[in-house]
Each structure stands twice: as C-alpha cells, then as structure tokens.
Design a protein around this ligand. Structure first.
Ligand SMILES: [Mn+2]
Length: 426
C-alpha cells in the first residue's frame, strides 16, 4: 500500500496573480499542485554566463576513428533556414483575431493536468493575442502539474498559471481552450459557457463546431505546432522562454519527433531551434525528483503484469495523475510490449493511460471503447488517457476496477486468456 503521506508537501509553487504582479505566496491556496517536491527549482538568472563550450569537442575535426567518421558521414546537414516551400500556413488568422477585438480579458484553458504541449500552446497563444490585440490573457490551471519535467518547465520558463479555483470565469469576456475541446470531460471549462477559441490536434468534436475561432488539426503531432505557425505568421518576437517551451513541447509530445510527428512538427522544430536555450532545456528534461518518485517507480515495476504482449500496471494510490502516463511511457520500452495499460488512483479518481507500439496505432479509439460512457477519454494513435467518473474509494474496489479494465482491453485487442507473469521477479 503506497504511503499516502509521501506527497503532502508544505512547499507550493507560487501562484501568479491575475494582473501579472509577481506571484503571491500561496498560503491557503485552494489547491496544492506541488505534490511532494520539497525543493523548489530555482528560477534561473537571465544574465548568467552562457554555458561553457564542452572541452574536447572540436566541431568539424576529421577523425581517424572509423566509427566516428562513419557517424559524421551519416549526418544530414542542418539547413540554415526553413525552405519557403515548407512554410505552408492554411488557417486565416486575421479574421480569427478580429473576432476578439473589443474584448479585454481572455481566459485560456488547457486540459486538466496539462502536459508540455498544452502548457506551451497556452503560453504561446497568450503571447500572440497580447501582441496582436489590446487584450490580457490568463492561463488557467485545472488539475495539477505533477510530472517533474512539467513542473520544471513551468518554473524554469516562468509560465504564469492561475489555479482554476482562484478564477471567476464570469469576470472574463473571452474564453479559449487549447489541446482539448469543450465537453471532453478532461478540462475545467464551465459547462454550457460558450467558448471563443479552440485550438487542438485531437479529433474534432461536435461541441466545437460552433466555436468562432476553431482550428482543429488532428493530422498534426502537437497543438504547439499550430501556435508556432501563428507566431510566425504574425512575426511575433519570441523570447527564449517561449521558444524553449514550444521546442520542449514538440520534443515531449512526439518523443523527439519519432512519434506521430509530421512535416509540420519538423518545420516548427527547425524554426525554434536557434532560439532555444539548451541549458534551460536540459534542466527541464533532466529534472531533480523527490525520493517518492523512485518509490513509485519501484512499486510500478513490481506490480507490472505481463499478459502476452500487454503490460498492465495497477499503481494503486498515486501522488499525481500523470504518473500513470509516465510509467506507461517507461514500460513501452520493454521489448515484449505492444500495449501498456497503467492505472492508478489520485484521491478517489481512477486514471488510466494506454500506450501502443506504432504498429498498433489505435490507442485513442481503444481508450474510448475501454471507458465508453463511464468516464472521459482522449488520445491519439499510440497514446491515450482517461479517467472514470465514478469515485473509487477503497483498495478492493480499485483492484476490481483495474481487473475489469484489463479484461476489457484484452477483449478489445483480441487476446484471449494470454499467459500471465510478473514483468520482473519470479
Ligand atoms: Mn497535445
């Protein structure tokens, strides 16, 4: 049984105020999304010395080592500029922006427990609208920023978030949502309130049809790709923080352009590359984590079951919702896995994460079938997530729900009573 106290943490990430003043100390704030890291990531000083050139790595130096020569021969030259023919931009941004004219305060939602793609897209949309219009945009956080990389991203790149409980949507005259859509069940939008902007790369939903600024491109690998196109189209100056956020989002969302990335992601990646601070990027992608992180991984590995080519993990109680996605990503690396299903409870909420090999590009559809009307589900070809609506209060209930989900998934993928064994141990 996991230690429920392991993530109660006195230190909180500062919550930014609405008017852009420095974040107030979040004493008594309604939600703790720091989940257990006692050490705050220090905010980098922008006037710090640039990172030193690594010693002993002269560029372009020929080598007698045959392996090294082969490697350099195999390198494709990096284009200095994105060729103009690759710079295709279909969406008509002018009329979209014009529809927001006369509004003063835009509230930008992401899906709850936002990932790097959602965070960077919202951050970039804020920059775009504030550059193009006399409008103030606020990023609203539903759920928590749990994963260490995502927390490092928010803190290092100073992404200004306001928790949903501290926001009165009625005080805003425009609403946007990125990397999600109205009525998906995975965001904190007020039900029934009309939305002005939806920008997403998940399959379009009926509820989005009435949104005036609607840019939904399921063919893309990331929502941030759309935002990069917008910023380029309007020549919005990008600072290092925003460029690094968007770049990290592209990397994380597509696993370094290897998962569901399209040509558009590669174009955006090349555009951002010269603007990225790789020192900051490294702090984000190699974050320091609390001891509890390893305890959670240990628990996950020990409870991982192999059922043919499916690995299923019941994590029990988890410190933050996206831990299930983190572990699912980790376990897909196992050579025998074609599918990974990872489940866990955050409080009384049951979360699921599914990963598939690229040869089985139906994770989103599988997750929707798996959950059907019992919860909210979303995802793409090889990655999907979901949450059940009903509360799962006890451990036996949690175990029963896990077993039910695993059996359902085995049915859906046509695996009849596969051999079962633990992933590790005997
Ligand atoms: Mn996304």
């Amino acid at each position: 049984m996991p230690d429920k106290n392991s993530h109660g943490n006195p230190q909180r990430v500062p919550i930014p105020s609405r008017d852009g003043a420095p974040p107030a100390e979040p004493a008594g704030s309604p939600r703790d999304y720091s989940h257990g890291n006692p050490e705050r990531v220090p905010i980098p000083s922008r006037d710090g010395a640039p990172p030193a050139e690594p010693a002993g790595s002269p560029r372009g130096k020929s080598s007698d080592d045959p392996i090294e020569s082969m490697a350099s021969d195999a390198c494709t030259p990096y284009p200095a500029q994105v060729p103009p023919e690759l710079d295709v931009f279909e969406f008509d941004l002018g009329p979209a922006l014009a529809r927001l004219r006369g509004r003063h305060d835009l509230l930008i939602y992401m899906h709850d427990n936002p990932d790097p793609d959602a965070l960077a897209a919202a951050f970039g949309l804020k920059r775009l609208v504030e550059h193009a219009l006399p409008i103030k945009a606020t990023l609203v956080l539903g759920g928590i920023v749990g994963r260490a990389e995502n927390r490092a991203m928010v803190e290092t790149l100073r992404i200004p978030l306001v928790v949903a409980e501290a926001v009165d949507p009625a005080a805003y005259d425009a609403l946007a949502i990125v990397d999600s859509q109205p009525e998906t069940g995975n965001n904190s939008l007020t039900p029934g309130r009309s939305v002005d902007v939806v920008i997403d790369h998940h399959p379009a939903r009926e509820e989005s049809a009435q949104v005036p600024w609607r840019d939904i491109r399921p063919e893309l690998g990331a929502t941030s790709t759309i935002i990069v196109e917008y910023l380029r189209a309007r020549n919005v100056p990008l600072d290092t923080f925003l460029a690094t956020a968007l770049f990290y989002a592209l990397r994380a969302e597509t696993r370094d352009l290897g998962r569901e990335a399209t040509h558009a992601e590669r174009v955006a990646y090349l555009f951002l590359f010269p603007l990225v601070d790789f020192h900051l990027l490294s702090r984000i992608s190699q974050p320091k984590v609390p001891r509890e992180h390893f305890a959670a991984l240990d628990r996950a590995l020990r409870s991982a079951q192999v059922l043919g080519d499916l690995v299923a993990v019941n994590m029990g109680s988890i410190a933050y919702p996206d831990l299930v996605a983190e572990v699912a990503d980790l376990l897909l690396a196992w050579e025998g896995a074609h599918f990974v299903l990872c489940c866990g409870c955050y409080g009384d909420r049951f979360y699921l994460s599914l990963r598939t090999e690229p040869s089985e590009r139906r994770a989103g559809a599988l997750m929707r079938q798996l959950i059907s009307s019992e919860g909210a589900a979303g995802g793409h070809g090889t990655m999907a997530g979901g949450r059940l609506f009903r509360a799962i209060a006890t451990e036996p209930e949690q175990r029963a729900t896990f077993d039910q989900m695993v059996n359902r998934l085995l049915d859906l993928i046509g695996r009849k009573s596969p051999p079962i064994s633990p992933l590790i141990g005997s």
